[in-house]
Ligand binder design. Structure first.
Ligand code: SAM
Ligand code: DTB
Ligand code: SF4
Length: 338
């Protein structure tokens, strides 16, 4: 039976999921996962930072904020050709989606023109496109949609009441407003958050509550574990119990049964066994490739070995009418490994 998609979750209900015995929680989440998805398929995205560092915002986790001294050098927006070279390499390595990140509070209209050109060219390579560029106006969202951008990533990051301890330069409502504009023009959303920032279990449940009660669930829900970077205010935060991370994935799967749940930042520090539990708990997407935006991700060989050990297969890019058809028979390294 197809699991019900609800938008009326109370925080207590989600907290009760977190509080279940671990085996019970994982059994429920795995059952919901397999009712919607092939549990042995994982969607592969590759990230590229097209504009790195020098950001005016104060996000307490972020190595790209200008005000923290993290050693990240500010760079200008990458030229189109260099971005396309990276996109071709990502496709050859087996990615189905290419996500471009920019360290902006909000892009200027001329930035949108250049990103739109990148989107058109990357779509033409047969990759799905995603971008994360900060806050958008509605005309900017429309321009990206018109260029063929499939997904916009914009995270809520945490629960509303914990937000102010992490970020002061942008309101929670600003994030909700951008998400609404992206939805209004008909783009898919990729929206999740970060755990391990010192929040409580109740606050983790609170973040999922906001996500699951959005008018439409995000098609992709990235669950990031804080990557602690020296120089950022959150460096030195006590580490989250890895099994609590798995519980968060399971609760995301149960509350948003038809969304892709992405096991996002933080995999570099996770054992293969914890990642295996995350896939069992319903994670079905990862970032693949040596780098996230500025920090490390597992080496491709490690992920290929993990997929082979677990019998996981990369999810083929589902060609939709709005997308260019992709040759899913193309031989690529991660498929060979699986
Ligand atoms: N500047 C844009 C913005 O913040 O909207 C887009 C890029 S920003 C780097 C995208 C997301 O990356 C953030 O919302 C946050 O969830 C995630 N992120 C950034 N630094 C991280 C870290 N150290 N650990 C985990 N996730 C992180
Ligand atoms: C998301 O939720 N996680 C990705 C992506 N969306 C853009 C970013 C993770 C960034 C980790 C820190 C870094 O590499 O700079
Ligand atoms: Fe800037 Fe985005 Fe980093 Fe915040 S998360 S400091 S907005 S790049």
């Amino acid at each position: 039976m197809s699991p019900a998609v609800r938008h009326d979750w109370s925080r207590d209900e989600i907290l009760a999921l977190f509080n279940l015995p671990f085996n019970e929680l994982l059994f429920r989440a795995a059952s919901v996962h397999r009712a919607t998805f092939d549990p042995n398929e994982v969607q592969i995205s590759t990230l590229l930072s097209v504009k790195t560092g020098g950001c005016p915002e104060d996000c307490g986790y972020c190595p790209q904020a200008q005000r923290y001294h993290t050693g990240v050098q500010a760079e200008k927006l990458m030229p189109l050709d260099a971005v396309l070279d990276k996109a071709r390499a990502a496709k050859a390595a087996g990615a189905s989606r290419f996500c471009m990140g920019a360290a902006w509070r909000a892009p200027k209209d001329r930035d949108i023109d250049r990103i739109s050109e990148m989107v058109r060219e990357i779509n033409a390579l047969g990759l799905e496109t995603c971008a994360t560029l900060g806050m958008l106006t509605e005309p900017q969202a429309q321009a990206l949609k018109d260029a063929g951008l499939a997904y916009y990533n914009h995270n809520l990051d945490t629960a509303p009441e914990f937000y102010d301890t992490v970020i002061r330069t942008r309101e929670y409502q600003d994030r909700l407003d951008t998400l609404e504009k992206v939805r209004k023009v008909g783009m898919k959303t990729c929206c999740g958050g970060i755990v391990g920032m010192g929040e409580t279990r109740e606050q983790r449940a609170g973040m999922l509550q906001v996500l699951a009660n959005l008018p439409q669930h995000p098609e992709s829900v990235p669950i990031n574990q804080l990557v602690q970077v020296e120089g950022t205010p959150l460096h030195g935060t006590p580490k989250l119990d890895p099994l609590e991370f798995v519980r968060t994935i399971a609760a995301a799967r149960l509350t948003m049964p038809k969304s892709m749940v992405r096991l996002s930042a933080g995999r570099e520090d996770m054992s293969d066994e914890v990642q295996a539990l995350c896939f069992l708990a319903g994670a079905n997407s990862i970032f693949y490739g040596e780098k996230l935006l500025t920090t490390c991700n597992p080496a491709a060989e490690r992920d290929q070995a993990l997929f082979a050990r677990l019998g996981l297969r990369p999810m083929p890019h589902v060609a939709e009418s709005e997308h260019v058809h992709v040759d899913v028979t193309a031989v690529n390294s991660i498929e060979n490994a699986a």
